[in-house]
Ligand binder design. Structure first.
Ligand SMILES: C[S@@+](CC[C@H](N)C(=O)[O-])C[C@H]1O[C@@H](n2cnc3c(N)ncnc32)[C@H](O)[C@@H]1O
Length: 282
């Protein structure tokens, strides 16, 4: 299956994520528990075990690198990497609080990994591959740095219409600020089509052993800002520098959109649909 035509540009991504770093660091600790509900299936699916050497790509503020470091233990190693230094700073800060000796850091573009061939047992990449302009090249780099028999796990977003928070917040932001000139949503959902992620991994030389949906649906009371972390983190580059009244208008629009989704019990159904794909180095 062909990938979506939305293609990121490395410099635009670097700028976007540099502008997002403060918001991500601000929310990272408070979002750790929901984040771990996605980390654990990923770490289980790659079969991460004590003593493993794991490379985590696009670690951002530390998901799933911090959970992985706790799992591999003192005899293992986790290398947290990212294209953007200020995003990785959040992982460093959080790691320092936990005194995790297993965790190491490296600035790294996933298309050009600064590691020797066959140096890792496992590779993870949570919500990162879609931002690599050449995802096939990134997959080929993963295949190169994995040891034979090593396993890589990737998590990407499923369809936008099945991700309530992004869908409603993008509509709220666009309605106040106008359309996004950088096509952030099409890039975010670049591998939403079933089979598209598996195709990129296979083209990069990984043997795809599993692709499965990850769904975390829940209900939340309308009128509460449960959407605030996603608005801050996901839309920071667009919102930074906007005047206070426009930011207030975005929040009011978002709040109204979620109230409109609530059922008679006042609860808003919030759907989350991601996709997990596992590749093996032959
Ligand atoms: C959505 S965040 C994901 C962070 C973390 N893995 C998580 O799930 O919370 C995407 C991250 O990808 C990083 N990124 C974008 N392009 C990259 C590239 N070519 N190589 C490595 N990291 C990249 C960004 O800097 C950002 O930190």
């Amino acid at each position: 299956m062909p990938h979506s035509p939305a293609r990121p540009d490395r410099q635009t991504e670097r700028t976007r994520w540099t502008r997002s770093a403060d918001a991500w660091d601000r929310w990272a600790d408070r979002m750790a528990e929901p984040a771990d509900r996605m980390n654990q299936p990923l770490l289980r699916a790659v079969g991460l075990a004590p003593g493993h050497r794991l490379l985590d790509l696009a670690s951002g503020t530390g998901e799933p690198a911090l959970s992985a470091a706790a799992l591999v233990g003192a005899d293992g190693l986790v290398v947290a990497t990212d294209l953007v230094a200020s995003m990785l700073e959040g992982t460093r800060r959080r790691a320092a609080q936990r005194r995790t000796d297993a965790l190491h850091f490296s600035l790294a573009d996933m298309e050009h990994l600064p590691f020797a061939a066959a140096s890792f047992d496992r590779v993870t990449c949570r919500f990162g591959l879609m931002f690599a302009p050449d995802a096939v090249r990134a997959a080929a780099e993963v295949a190169r740095v994995l040891r034979p028999g090593g396993v890589a796990g990737f998590v990407v977003w499923g369809p936008a219409e099945e991700n309530t928070l992004f869908r409603e917040l993008a509509a709220a932001v666009d309605s106040v600020l106008g359309p996004d000139p950088e096509a952030g949503m099409p890039i975010l959902f670049r591998f939403a089509a079933e089979g598209s992620l598996a195709a990129a991994l296979a083209e990069g030389g990984l043997e795809v052993t599993d692709e499965q949906p990850l769904r975390l649906d829940h209900s939340v009371p309308a009128g509460r800002p449960f959407w605030a972390p996603t608005l801050d983190m996901g839309f920071a580059p667009r919102l930074t520098g906007e005047p206070a009244e426009r930011l207030a208008a975005v929040r009011e629009t978002a709040d109204q959109r979620f109230r409109d989704l609530a059922g008679p019990d006042g609860m808003v159904p919030v759907r989350l649909h991601a996709r997990l794909c596992i590749g093996r180095k032959a």
